[in-house]
Design a protein. Sequence first.
Length: 287
Amino acid sequence: MNVFQMRDKLKERLKQLDVKFSFNRDDETLRIYRVDNGKGVTIKLNAIVAKYKQQQEKIVDEIVYYVEEAIGQMKDDSLADLEQVNVMPVLRAPSFAKENKDGVPFVIDEHTAETNIYYAVDLGKSYRLIDEKLFQQLNISKQQLKEMALFNVRKLENKYTTDEVKGNLFYFINSNDGYDASRILNTSFLNEFEKQCEGEMLVAIPHQDVLIVADIRNKTGYDVMAHLTMEFFTKGLVPITSLSFGYESGHFEPIFILGKNNKQKRDPNVIQRLEATRKQYENKDKK
């Protein structure tokens, strides 16, 4: 699979949309935009080709779904009923775009050195990031926006699964509602984990569709956490950070974990188990 084949595959899968395509050979990108207003999205084909080698049609399905939802949102700049707006916070890397395609800045707050908080209007199967133009339509203050978003993220259901590796406990929140990483802002939820941790508590949001909480009880746990976080980070459609955070009483401290063992000395059974765990969550349908 090369970028030209991927370009043609995406064009075929998206031919039912009322859109046009523009391929940039130098940048290896495909611009997909609406016929009526020219708004659209740009896809980096080389990045998708790289992921296609491991994920095959799954990554294509995700991109097609993302484009369909994004193009649908770009139909109208206004919201039909502002009283029914459900505001949610979403986490992004500092390198993520600071403004939309029209140059309108997004509403952003700093979170950690590795993460920023954006705000979004929930649309059911997807969401729309709030820019300054939309923020004015909402006719609320910045503080009200924050409070609404945090209140709504605390209302989310927080189901999780648990895995134990070499005496360390790992909790995975992966509901695929688009706000898994956002749950890192639910301090009460994290504090419940902190109460039951016997070792050091670490949290990670490698991409938007997973939150990992770890109870690290021995040195091996740090190596496992580093490997697991990097695996999710490289496979996620919207990566955030490959670093973990130490957590204590509502405070986050980004940490860089140096592997205690080199790759050759790592237990292959542990690596296989971690890979199986990652695939278990990422094979679910994305929002």
